[in-house]
Write a protein that binds this ligand. Structure first.
Ligand SMILES: [Zn+2]
Length: 103
């Protein structure tokens, strides 16, 4: 975020809705000559084109500790996948993966 401060000091407050992007592709750089305003969409497109886009890791929505309970509810209480999905707040397809594969 130092680059945003550098941009604000040297170039003025960034325009709302735009991000301060690095033209030099060095995230640590704060040289104002290397910084440019663009939309987040443009910034991500450039990062994807360069192969430097970093997908943030997705958080697991359901703890693996719940898997045996889900399998037992299905096997012994005959609770179907849709009901389990609603109960645990996850998709039916995730419940089916837990029930029918080694997920
Ligand atoms: Zn730079």
């Amino acid at each position: 975020m130092v680059h945003v401060i550098s941009y604000a000091v040297h170039c003025g407050q960034p325009v709302s809705g735009l991000v301060v992007a690095h033209l030099c592709h060095n995230p640590a750089c704060c040289n104002p000559v290397h910084l440019q305003l663009m939309t987040q969409k443009e910034n991500v497109a450039q990062q994807l084109a360069r192969g430097t886009f970093c997908f943030s890791p997705r958080k697991r929505k359901l703890s693996r500790d719940a898997y045996p309970l889900i399998r037992m509810s299905h096997a012994y209480r005959n609770v179907n996948a849709l009901s389990l999905a609603e109960q645990y707040g996850v998709s039916k397809s995730l419940i089916e993966k837990i029930l029918y594969s080694n997920y």
